[in-house]
Design a protein around this ligand. Structure first.
Ligand code: UD1
Length: 369
């Protein structure tokens, strides 16, 4: 049995690592790992391989940055000969980044079945590149692994053959649970000069929040307000850093905000340590909405919608939109100890990779492998 996994961007690594580890236990399975190179800075990629104990990729496509068309096209052209050479029984893609759809599309046209991890999530907002990637990948995938019941409902509504859909739970939580003991040894709090339980953690990288200087300026003003109450740790995603560096008034705004702890993007273990011990998390990330729910840490999501409604309905997440008049009072409420408590959703139990591996092996067996 030959199973080829694809990673490319930061949120892929923690979804694929547990599946690689689980399938390694099955002697008949040969695994191939392909890195598209969508993310390439050491702190966006290499550090995750180390922190998650992932093997080095067998192939690196070196796609790099570009417009959506440039990036997706480069990955497609580069991955085609790799797939033709290995002819795997299944290609496993994860999440909703450009690497996901690029490889899924090429594999499907080579008649190689695609398995999609984190299938069925929807915002119904076609202006998000991730929504396009998710919907199209699900349409062509042979196996769809969903993290929550709402994802199953979305797929059913879209007319997907439900015998292809497997509710396996959230595989990111497998990585989180496995890494927590090591994250507890992190020295990141000392390095940043913050006390556990005494800071807010912020991440912003969605194009809708950071690409327009006016939108980003509004959010930086929110951080200035909050940093008057608690230190604010703000690791800058390269997209966000580039926007700030390109605009003198944004740069100046950051420089004069006291109480703001700016850093470059942070590796998996250190970031997990920061999340687990934050008084409050403010983010526009998808994955962090889930990690905070799993850890029971209150999270304010600075977006108008979420593809992860279970984190709001059951977990610790609150959608606050992008209006400072909403965000600041919500943040104060949490800082005053009135944050959401939440529960952990069904099958976010650290065993999703086991369930995924079982389905993949059965699929290969049924095809006579
Ligand atoms: C991508 C995903 C997004 C995910 C995010 C997590 C898509 C469409 N978007 O967005 O869903 O939430 O990753 O990080 O796939 N850059 C670097 N170094 C890197 C990578 C990127 O400097 O290692 C800079 C480049 O200037 C690049 C920009 O960041 O143009 C954006 O990178 P890109 O991969 O296109 O999108 P993300 O915003 O990272």
């Amino acid at each position: 049995m030959k199973i080829l996994h694809v990673v490319g961007a930061r949120p892929n690594f923690m979804k694929v690592a547990p599946v690689l580890a689980e399938l390694k236990k099955v002697p008949r399975v040969e695994q191939i790992l392909v890195h598209t190179g969508q993310h390439y800075d050491p702190n966006m990629s290499d550090v995750f391989f180390q922190d998650l104990g992932m093997p080095a990729p067998d192939a690196h496509l070196g796609a790099g940055s570009g417009t959506h068309a440039q990036q997706t096209a480069k990955m497609m052209v580069e991955v085609e000969p790799v797939l033709m050479r290995h002819r795997p029984d299944v290609v496993v893609v994860a999440g909703d980044v450009n690497s996901t759809i690029a490889v899924a599309l090429v594999a499907t046209k080579l008649w190689i079945p695609v398995a999609h991890i984190e299938s069925g999530l929807r915002t119904f907002d076609w202006r998000m590149p991730e929504e396009v990637n998710r919907v199209l990948t699900d349409r062509i995938a042979e196996m769809l692994f969903t993290p929550s019941r709402d994802a199953d409902e979305n797929l059913q509504r879209e007319g997907i053959d439900m015998s292809r859909v497997h509710f396996v739970g959230n595989v990111m939580i497998d990585s989180l649970q496995a890494a927590l003991p090591r994250a507890r040894e992190s020295r990141i709090h000392e390095r940043l000069g913050v006390h556990k339980g005494g800071y807010a953690l912020v991440t912003l990288h969605r194009p809708s929040n950071v690409d327009e200087p006016a939108a980003l300026e509004k959010l930086l003003a929110v951080l200035a307000e909050i940093s008057g109450r608690v230190p604010v740790v703000f690791p800058l995603h390269p997209r966000t850093r580039a926007r700030v560096e390109a605009d003198a008034s944004l740069r100046e705004r950051l420089e004069r905000t006291r109480g703001l702890k700016l850093t470059d993007a942070i590796g998996y273990l250190d970031f997990l340590a920061l999340t687990a011990n934050a008084r409050l998390v403010i983010t526009d990330s998808g994955g962090i909405q889930e990690e905070t729910t799993a850890l029971g840490v209150p999270c304010l999501t600075v977006r108008k919608n979420t593809e992860r409604p279970v984190t709001v309905e059951i977990g610790t997440n609150t959608l606050v939109g992008t209006d400072p008049a909403q965000i600041v009072p919500a943040a104060i409420e949490v800082l005053e100890g009135r944050g959401k408590k939440g529960r952990v959703p069904e099958l976010w139990d650290g065993r999703a990779a086991e369930r995924i591996a079982r389905v993949l092996v059965r699929f290969c067996e049924e095809r006579g492998r």
